[in-house]
Design a protein around this ligand. Structure first.
Ligand code: ADP
Ligand code: MG
Length: 348
């Protein structure tokens, strides 16, 4: 579906490993005082002063985590940075550096890696992180990308998964289920394309959800917002696998239970419409669809007045004693136990 606009196909062997690294990394600039040494030595050097450092890493594997037949390489570069920054923000920390490692087969020409790195560069620029290193190697088949992100926070600001207390409010940012429904649309179009390559898909009705899948944004804005509102979440986690799985992580680690209200789960109209079209229940998608990269947090009741008018934050339930378990309260006021499916469970 996505045409390869690059006509040139320069084999990677023309540059050699070091030439390739130089070529891919030449645009990265250092912007943080904490970056003492970036790309070019045996290791990067950072000085975080008296701040605590948070470190997180993710590995993305072709045809497991992404499909290049509908994922443009530039978006893939951008998204691989986002999934890591999201984990840093989920600690209520600010991201400052990343490293990027790739393994590529000779199926990929230089122009493909340039696209990938254009996405990485855009993400680094927009989110204000320095690219300080990485590794470049070959693979026999396919593409692997591993990003590691570093961030900092004051000790007292870090939000762990284990801090939720009974009566805290369960709060989510943005809206849920979009990335999963975007993937459903892209996979459907891919199948149509395989049967009839001349078919030009009309995706106008799905622009928001496709963007949620191809170009997710990590919620750096929320970390700043929480600071401005003077709210410190008692616990926080990012939503990469679906709301139910994240609620379970948070509750188990905090040794609490939770009640989640179906009618409070924020859904975009495009998600609702697309769920109707695919005849899937939108609550199931919000609970089990992954990759939204929103933040799920708990905040103490006394902070409610500070967040209640904010359109970015929805109160979707509250924390209970552990013995009460975790339940979804449906629109029909039935209590259904929350179970983890994760987004893979939805793939048949
Ligand atoms: P080494 O042999 O010590 O692993 P390399 O030659 O792989 O060193 O890397 C040289 C420099 O380039 C290092 O600073 C490394 O972190 C950086 N680097 C290597 N590959 C990448 C990449 N794909 N993206 C960003 N930086 C990279
Ligand atoms: Mg190396």
């Amino acid at each position: 579906m996505i045409e390869d606009k690059n006509q040139a196909r320069t084999p990677l062997s023309e540059l050699g490993e070091f030439g390739l690294i130089d070529h891919l990394t030449k645009n990265f600039k250092i912007t943080h005082e904490s970056t003492i040494k970036g790309i070019g030595d045996d290791a990067a050097v950072c000085d975080f002063g008296n701040q605590q450092v948070v470190i997180t890493t993710d590995l993305l594997v072709e045809n497991v985590h992404f499909d290049l037949s509908y994922m443009p390489l530039k978006h893939l570069g951008y998204k691989s940075v986002m999934v890591n920054l999201s984990d840093v923000y989920a600690m209520n920390a600010m991201a400052s550096q990343i490293t990027v490692s790739i393994a590529v087969s000779n199926r990929f020409p230089l122009e493909a890696l340039e696209e990938l790195y254009a996405g990485i560069e855009t993400a680094a620029k927009i989110y204000g992180v320095d690219v300080v290193g990485g590794d470049t190697t070959s693979s026999t088949k396919g593409l692997l990308i591993s990003v590691t992100a570093f961030g900092t926070a004051n000790k007292e600001d870090i939000a762990y998964r284990n801090g939720a207390k009974p009566n805290d409010l369960l709060v989510v940012t943005g809206d849920l289920g979009g990335a999963y429904m975007g993937l459903q649309v892209l996979e459907r179009e891919k199948k149509v394309f395989e049967v009839n390559p001349n078919n030009q898909p009309d995706l106008d009705a799905y622009t928001y959800i496709i963007e949620r899948q191809l170009k997710p944004e990590a919620r750096k804005d929320i970390i700043k917002l929480l600071k401005d509102l003077e709210v410190k979440p008692t616990a926080m986690i990012d939503i990469s696998d679906g709301l139910s799985s994240e609620i379970i992580h948070l509750c188990k680690q905090s040794k609490v239970g939770a009640e989640l209200y179906e009618n409070k789960i924020p859904l975009d109209p495009q998600v609702i419409a697309t769920c109707e079209e695919f005849e899937i229940d939108s609550t199931t998608i919000a609970l089990n669809g992954g990759e939204d990269y929103e933040l799920l947090m708990t905040i103490s009741q006394e902070d409610f007045p500070k967040i209640k008018a904010n359109p970015n934050l929805s109160v979707i339930g509250y924390i209970t004693e552990e013995s009460r378990g975790m339940h979804l309260i449906t629109r029909a006021e039935e209590a259904i136990p929350i179970i983890a499916k994760g987004w893979n469970a939805l793939d048949n």
